[in-house]
Design a protein around this ligand. Structure first.
Ligand SMILES: [Zn+2]
Ligand SMILES: [Zn+2]
Length: 232
C-alpha cells in the first residue's frame, strides 16, 4: 500500500498572505480530526525560492521556486493557471525522491485564477483542484470578501479530497466534479462561487466540518495504512 502518513508541505505564490493562518488552521483541524496530528509534520515553505532560483539570464530555474511552478502552468491566452499541469509538476517534482524531501503532500495556495480542461467540469474557472495522494492547488482569486473563513473551508474540503474523502463506493454521494457528499458537510458540491463556499462555511460553524460518513472516510484513509502494516 502507498504510504499515507507523510509530511504536508505548504507552498504559496504570495510572499505575504494575511489569510495564511486560516490555511494552517484548516490543515491542523483536518489532521486532528483524522487522528494524525502527531504522526504528520506540517512544513510551511511559504513563497519558497531556492538561492539559485534564477539563472544568469534571470530566467526561472525548473523546480527551484514556487514562481517556477506557477509560471509553467500559466496559460497566457487565458490569463489563468492550468490546474492539472500544476498538480502534475508537483507530482513529478524531483523533491519527492527519497534522498531529497521524500514522499509528501503539497498544498499550493495561489492568487492567480485557475482553470481545468477536465470534461464535465466548468470551463471558465475553478477555485481549486485536488489529486488523491498528491496534493491540491487552491486559488484565492474568486473567494470574495470573507477570505479567512471561506479559505479555511476550501482548504479543509480539498485536503479531505487528497485523503480520498468521500470514498467513492458510498451510496449517498453527488457525482458532479468527482465525488461529493450530500449531507451538511464541507464535502458538499460547491456549484456557485463564492456563494456555495459561504453556505458550506455557515454549515461548518453550525455543525462542524464533516458529517459522520466523511469523518469515517477520513479516519479510515489513515487507519487502512496502519492495518496493512500490522498485517505484513
Ligand atoms: Zn470537491
Ligand atoms: Zn460528508
Amino acid at each position: 500500500m502507498e504510504k499515507r502518513v507523510k509530511p504536508i508541505n505548504l507552498l504559496d505564490s504570495a510572499i505575504l498572505r494575511p489569510e495564511r493562518l486560516a490555511v494552517i488552521d484548516a490543515v491542523k483541524e483536518v489532521m486532528t480530526l483524522a487522528h494524525v496530528s502527531k504522526a504528520i509534520t506540517l512544513h510551511d515553505y511559504g513563497c519558497w525560492r531556492h538561492q539559485q532560483w534564477r539563472n544568469e539570464e534571470n530566467a526561472l530555474v525548473p523546480f527551484l521556486s514556487v514562481d517556477w511552478y506557477v509560471a509553467n502552468a500559466w496559460d497566457q491566452s487565458r490569463m489563468q493557471v492550468n490546474g492539472e499541469i500544476l498538480l502534475t509538476l508537483l507530482e513529478e517534482e524531483p523533491w519527492r525522491r527519497p534522498e531529497l524531501l521524500g514522499e509528501h503532500y503539497d498544498i499550493l495556495i495561489l492568487d492567480e485564477d485557475l482553470y481545468t480542461t477536465q470534461p464535465d467540469w466548468p470551463d471558465d474557472f475553478i477555485v481549486a483542484i485536488a489529486r488523491a495522494d498528491v496534493g491540491t492547488a487552491i486559488s484565492t482569486h474568486r473567494l470574495g470578501t470573507h477570505p479567512f473563513t471561506i479559505l479555511k473551508t476550501v482548504v479543509m474540503h480539498q485536503l479531505a479530497h487528497v485523503f480520498g474523502v468521500p470514498q467513492h463506493d458510498r451510496n449517498d454521494l453527488d457525482h458532479r466534479w468527482g465525488a461529493h457528499c450530500t449531507h451538511d458537510c464541507v464535502m458538499r458540491y460547491p456549484e456557485k462561487t463564492p456563494e456555495d463556499w459561504e453556505a458550506l462555511t455557515m454549515d461548518r460553524f453550525r455543525q462542524g466540518p464533516f458529517c459522520e460518513g466523511c469523518l469515517r472516510d477520513l479516519r479510515q484513509f489513515f487507519a487502512a495504512e496502519k492495518d496493512s502494516t500490522a498485517a505484513e
